[in-house]
Ligand binder design. Structure first.
Ligand code: HDD
Length: 702
C-alpha cells in the first residue's frame, strides 16, 4: 500500500544538504580557494588548466533551461489525496480514486499562462492547476485550469491562440497581459474563444489566492471500471476556503508591491501549517446519454451546468509541504495529459488529442532529452521497467544483455504484465479522413450568455470594466468594433455597456438572450465564513492602545487569521499609551493595503493623531475601503477613517449608537480597557465574507 510519504521516502535519497560539508569540485576534489582564478603572475592572464574555474563558470553558463512555452510562471507544493469512500469503484478501476485506505502522494503546480517566468502573479489570466498523482499504478497527471472551459476547440489552433495572447513579437510588449491588439484581433475573428473570454474578463481571472480558486480538468474524460464499462467524466477541484477574487485596481498595484503575491501566499500558508485543501468532485454522464445535451461533450468550450449534472464528491487533497528547491522540483516537473492509469481514459475531444501529443514533445526540448521521467520529481513511486535505453542524462545502470521484447536471454523480462494493466478503452471508430469541425461544435454563444446571466450585479460590473480596460488598450478600431459585434451575440446590454466605455456606438440589433442561468457559476454563491489565513493590517504609532492591539491579534489568531502590526514612521517597537511596548511586524511605509484583506486602526489619541497626519496611513485606509475590504477602528482610531473620508454612514451610526457594523465597517469604543465582544465578532464576520461588494467605492480617490 502506498503511504502518503512514498514519494518523499524516494526523494530523501536525492535531497542534498550542505551542512557539515566542505567545498569540492563536481569530481569530489576538495577546494580551498574559489575567489581567485589561476593566473600567470599576479596581474597575468587566467590559465586554461584552472579546471575549477572552468567547471564553475561552464556550469553557470548552462544553468538555464527554456521556460515553458506557456505557463512559464508558477509555484508548486507537495500533498496527498485520499478518497472519502469507495463509491467511484462502480465507475473506475483507478485505485487511488476508490480505495479510502490509500493516501496518494502528489505535487501540484499552479501557474499563469501568458507571462514569462519572472512575471507578476496578479495579472488577468487563466491559472494552471496541474496535479501529478504518484499512484501505486503509475503517475496520473490531471493538467487542468481554474476555468472549466478553453479558448479553442481543436489543438491545431493552440499555436495561433498563444501567438495572439503572448507579448507582440516586434517589441515583446505587453508582458503577461491580454490587453493588446493581437489577442483581441484573434478573439474578434474566432467566436469559439468567447466563452473562455467571458471567464477571462470575470473575477475568476484574478484569484485572491491559489488556495481560493477552483480547478477543472476541462475536457470530458472517460472513467473505465474493472469490467471495461466506460462513463464520461468531468473533474472538479473545489477549494475548502471558497472561491474568491481580487479587484483589478488592486491587482495592478500588487504587481508592483509584491509580484510574488500568489506564490508567497501559497508558501506562507504551508509554512504556517495552514494547509490548503480541495475536494475532488466528478460529474458523471452515462455513455448512453452522450447526445443528451444541447452541446457536444467533446467540445472543450462547453461546461455541463452543475444544476444539470451535479458534482459528486470523491475525496480530498491537502497540500502540506513546500519544495526544497524551486528549480529541481517546481521547474523540472513535467506534466502530460497522456499520463493516465488504469481506469482513466481519453475521449475524442480534439483539444485533448492534441495535448496528448504536445506535452511529451515539449518536455524533450525543455528538459533536454528522453530521460526526463527519471528526474526525481517526475519519477513514479510505482516500479518502472522498460526496454528504453541510453539517451542524454541516463540515470540508471541497466544490467543484463537484453533490452528487447521478446527475449529468452533475459529470462523473457521485463515480462508482459497480466494484471492491473492499462487497456485502452475499446471503441469502434469509422469515418472518412476529413479536416472539418463537427457541426455539433458550432454554437459559440449560448454558454457565454449562460455565464453572463449567472453573474451577480457586481460580477457583471467587473466584467464590463474588464472589457473596457482591455479594449481600451486596443489601438485598432476595426478590432474593437468586431469584438463589440461578438459581444452583441452574447447580450446586448453587455455590448452596449462596453461600447459606452470605449467611446463607440452600441452595435445595432442583437441575438435574443435565452434567459437561462446556472447559479453555480457565480462566486457570489461560493461563500465561506472562514477567516483562515486572512491577513489583517493593524496600523499603529507611538501612543497606541496596546490592549486593543493584543486583543484583536489574539482573537483573530484563534480564528486562524493573521494580524500584522504596521508601525507608522518606524518598525521595531512602538511605545503604547500605557507605557508598554508593542512589537511592530512591518514598517508601514514598506507595505501597501493591497496585500492585506482588512485593516484595523486601534485607538490611542497620540497614535491616531500621528496616523491621521500621515498621508501613507490615510491612503492605506482609503485604498482598503475602495477595494471593498473590511475596515475596523476603535476609539480615536475612528479619526483616521474620518481623515480618509470614507465610511460616512458607519461613522454617523457609531456617533449615534457608540457602535457600528455597517457594510464591512466596524467602529466602536473599548469599554473597561477592552474591545467589546461584538467588535471582534463583527470584524471576523465581515472578513469571512471576503469583500463588501455592495459598497459603492467609485468616488474614493485611491
Ligand atoms: Fe496546456 C502547459 C493546461 C491546452 C500545450 N497546460 C500547461 C500547463 C497547464 C496546462 C496547467 C502547465 C503545466 C505545468 O505546471 O507544468 N493546457 C491546459 C489546459 C488546456 C490546455 C487546461 C485545455 C483544456 N496545452 C493545451 C493545448 C496544447 C497545450 C491545446 C497544445 C496543443 N500546455 C501545452 C504545452 C505545455 C502546457 C506546450 C507548456 C509546458 C508544458 O506543457 O509542460 O505542452
Amino acid at each position: 500500500m502506498a503511504s502518503g510519504d512514498a514519494k518523499h521516502e524516494q526523494l530523501d535519497g536525492v535531497r542534498a544538504d550542505a551542512d557539515d560539508t566542505e567545498l569540492t569540485t563536481q569530481q569530489g576534489v576538495r577546494i580551498d580557494h574559489t575567489d581567485d582564478s589561476l593566473q600567470a603572475g599576479e596581474r597575468g592572464p587566467t590559465l586554461l588548466e584552472d579546471f575549477h574555474f572552468r567547471e564553475k563558470v561552464t556550469h553557470f553558463d548552462h544553468e538555464r533551461i527554456p521556460e515553458r512555452v506557456v505557463h512559464a510562471r508558477g509555484a508548486g507544493a507537495y500533498g496527498h489525496f485520499q478518497p472519502y469512500d469507495g463509491w467511484l469503484a462502480d465507475y473506475t478501476a483507478a485505485k487511488f480514486l476508490t480505495d479510502p485506505e490509500v493516501s496518494t502522494p502528489l505535487f501540484v503546480r499552479f501557474s499563469t499562462v501568458a507571462g514569462s517566468r519572472g512575471s507578476a502573479d496578479t495579472v488577468r489570466d487563466v491559472r494552471g492547476f496541474a496535479t501529478k498523482f504518484y499512484t501505486e499504478q503509475g503517475n496520473y497527471d490531471l493538467v487542468g485550469n481554474n476555468f472549466p472551459v478553453f479558448f479553442i476547440q481543436d489543438g491545431i489552433k493552440f499555436p495561433d491562440f498563444v501567438h495572439a495572447v503572448k507579448p507582440e513579437p516586434h517589441n515583446e510588449i505587453p508582458q503577461a497581459a491580454s490587453a493588446h491588439d493581437t489577442l483581441w484581433d484573434f478573439v474578434s475573428l474566432q467566436p469559439e474563444t468567447l466563452h473562455t473570454i467571458m471567464w477571462l474578463m470575470s473575477d475568476r481571472a484574478i484569484p485572491r489566492s491559489y488556495r481560493m480558486m477552483q480547478g477543472f480538468g476541462v475536457h470530458t474524460f472517460r472513467l473505465v471500471n474493472a469490467q471495461g464499462k466506460g462513463t464520461f467524466v468531468k473533474f472538479h477541484w473545489k477549494p475548502v476556503l471558497g472561491s474568491h477574487s481580487l479587484v483589478w485596481d488592486e491587482c495592478q498595484k500588487i504587481a508592483g508591491a509584491d509580484a510574488d503575491f500568489n506564490r508567497r501566499d501559497l508558501w506562507d500558508a504551508i509554512e504556517g501549517g495552514r494547509f490548503p485543501e480541495w475536494e475532488l468532485g466528478v460529474q458523471l454522464v452515462e455513455e448512453s446519454d452522450e447526445f443528451a445535451f444541447d452541446f457536444d461533450l467533446l467540445d472543450a468550450t462547453k461546461i455541463i451546468p452543475e444544476e444539470q449534472v451535479p458534482v459528486r464528491p470523491v475525496g480530498k487533497m491537502v497540500l502540506d509541504r513546500n519544495p526544497d528547491n524551486f528549480f529541481a522540483e517546481t521547474e523540472q516537473i513535467a506534466f502530460h495529459t497522456a499520463n493516465v492509469v488504469p481506469g482513466i481514459d481519453f475521449t475524442n475531444d480534439p483539444l485533448l488529442q492534441a495535448r496528448n501529443f504536445s506535452y511529451l514533445d515539449t518536455q524533450l526540448i525543455r528538459l533536454g532529452g528522453p530521460n526526463f521521467a527519471q528526474i526525481p520529481i517526475n519519477r513514479p513511486v510505482a516500479e518502472v521497467s522498460t526496454n528504453q535505453r541510453d539517451g542524454y542524462g541516463q540515470q540508471r545502470i541497466h544490467r543484463g544483455t537484453t533490452s528487447y521484447t521478446p527475449n529468452t536471454l533475459g529470462g523473457g523480462c521485463p515480462a508482459i504484465a497480466d494484471s492491473e494493466v492499462f487497456k485502452h478503452y475499446q471503441a469502434r471508430v469509422d469515418g472518412d479522413k476529413i479536416r472539418r469541425r463537427s457541426e455539433s461544435f458550432s454554437d459559440h454563444f449560448s454558454q457565454p450568455t449562460l455565464f453572463w446571466n449567472s453573474m451577480a450585479r457586481w460580477e457583471k460590473e467587473h466584467i464590463v470594466e474588464a472589457f473596457r480596460f482591455e479594449l481600451g488598450k486596443v489601438g485598432d478600431q476595426g478590432v474593437r468594433e468586431r469584438v463589440l459585434g461578438e459581444l452583441n451575440h452574447i447580450d446586448h446590454d453587455l455590448a452596449a455597456a462596453v461600447a459606452h466605455g470605449i467611446g463607440l456606438e452600441a452595435p445595432a440589433g442583437s441575438t435574443e438572450n435565452h434567459g437561462r442561468s446556472s447559479p453555480a457559476l457565480s462566486q457570489a454563491n461560493s461563500p465561506t465564513e472562514s477567516v483562515e489565513t486572512r491577513k489583517v493590517a493593524v496600523l499603529v504609532a507611538d501612543g497606541v492602545d496596546a490592549p486593543a492591539v493584543q486583543q484583536l491579534r489574539r482573537e483573530l489568531s484563534e480564528l486562524g487569521a493573521v494580524a500584522e502590526v504596521l508601525g507608522a514612521g518606524h518598525d521595531g517597537k512602538v511605545r503604547s499609551a500605557d507605557g508598554s511596548e508593542v512589537d511592530v511586524d512591518v514598517a508601514a511605509r514598506t507595505a501597501m493595503s493591497v496585500v492585506y484583506d482588512a485593516v484595523f486602526v486601534p485607538g490611542g489619541a497620540e497614535s491616531a493623531r500621528t496616523l491621521a497626519a500621515d498621508g501613507h496611513a490615510v491612503h492605506f485606509v482609503a485604498e482598503a475601503y475602495k477595494h471593498h475590504k473590511t475596515i475596523a477602528a476603535s476609539d480615536e482610531g475612528v479619526d483616521v477613517v474620518r481623515q480618509a473620508g470614507v465610511a460616512e454612514r458607519a461613522r454617523e451610526l457609531a456617533e449615534r449608537d457608540g457602535f457600528a457594523a455597517d457594510g464591512g465597517v466596524v467602529l466602536g469604543a473599548s469599554t473597561g480597557g477592552s474591545l467589546p465582544e461584538r467588535f471582534v465578532e463583527e470584524f471576523a464576520a465581515a472578513l469571512g465574507r471576503h469583500r463588501e461588494w455592495d459598497r459603492d467605492t467609485s468616488s474614493v480617490p485611491a
